[in-house]
Every structure is written in C-alpha cells, then in structure tokens.
Design a protein. Sequence first.
Length: 260
Amino acid sequence: MARFTDPTCGTFCWADLQTTDPAAARAFYAKVLGWQFTDMPGPMPYAVASVDDGMTAGLMELPAPARAAGAPPHWLPYVAVDDVDTTVARATSLGGTVLSPTMKMDAGAFAVLSDPTGGVFAVWRPTRSMGTTIYGETGGIGWDELVSTDVDAARDFYTALFDWTFEVVPMPNVEYTMLKNGDVGIAGLMAMPPEDPGGRSFWTVYFVVDDADEAFETATASGAQVIFPLMDVATVGRFGFLADPQGATFAVIKMEAPAA
C-alpha cells in the first residue's frame, strides 16, 4: 500500500469522475466508499474526495463539449509524467488522439488523450504538492484496467508511450496482460469480450473496500446497476463491476492479503 505527495512518473496517480449530477454522485460515493468532499478553488467547480487524511479522487460536472460529443458519465484515470507537452507529442506520433490539449493551472498541467483503440486517459505533471494521496488503502484507488478492442495495439502504444513493460499472467477464462512500470505491476489489459462486438475500449478504476459484498449491497440499494457480479480470484481478491446511478462504471475490490 502506498501514500504519496509527489507521484512517481509512469504510475497511475489520480482519477476523477465526470458526471451529469455531481450532487447525487457525492451522496452515492459517500455511502459506498465513505468519502468526504472538499470543494477546490478554481475556474470550474471541482471537489476532492478523501478518507480521513488521504485524498482519493476528484469529482466534477461532465463538461458541455464532452456532453455535446456524446460522452457519457465516466471515470478518468491519470498517469504521472515528467512533461505533459512531450508526452502529448509522443502519444500523437504513436497514433493516439488529443481530446483535451495541455491545460496548465497553479498545481500542475494535464491533458486528456485517447489511445489508438479508443481508451481514454489523462496525463498529469504536478508543479507543487497538493497533499497526501492514498493508493491501495480502503477508499482509495487499488488498480486500473483497460478492456481493449485490440490488445496488441494497446499494449504496443502504452509500452512505447510510458516505457512500460508487460507480462502475461494466468487468470481464469481470460488472457490477462499486466502492465508494469519498472518491476511494479500498475494496470491490467484484456480483450473486449466477444459478446460486446460493438463496444469501444475503456479504462476501469478499481476502488478498495473492506467488504466487497457490503459495498455491492450499499451501491445497489443506492441506485447502482451491476455490470459484472462479484467474483473471487486467488492472490487478487474479491471484486465486481458497477455502474453508478448516472451511468459511470467502476469496480470495487477487497484485496487478498499477501501470504505471510
């Protein structure tokens, strides 16, 4: 488990929810994940979620241009980089698409990109610490995963863009690729299921919970829809996939404790 004030380059360091109903989303995630929210100063309304003294994620209204383009409510994962402009140029040279060009603010700079298969993500470079962010702890992000229409193309893009490596790992009923920053696994990659041939690639953010069954029960009682029911995977944990009441998909996971 990790806490950081300055993220390591090449790692997933943040995620924010872009939604059609921020007030309803706050109430939902407060119930399911135990989050408290703090409104941040700036040109657009943005709230930071936290658990105790650790920040976990952000929440904002889905921007009007994104709505006009047909974007649904969604979770957006962020990867820390040394230089946003350099990363954007590299991404486009590798076949990626710029969805939102580099935006600079007091705390740092970011851009929103799409990989060649359609998976949307952001890159972030902080210029100052914003406080402590938790990862792998209850209420925090625990994993990121890309379901892609073209695993080979996605793997080649991300390993070239971030200098990641990869390893195919055994998983039940699926070929699963672990993306690694150095020797550390940071994300998963798998093929789009054949029963969803018209789908587009998407990233899913996993949030850590103490009890996956309780989180599912609370979420569904609060208006969430089950996308994939809870499952157990040895050495990983118990997890499942949900859509919040506005339609943004996410996962919850009770991580399996490492063997002593």
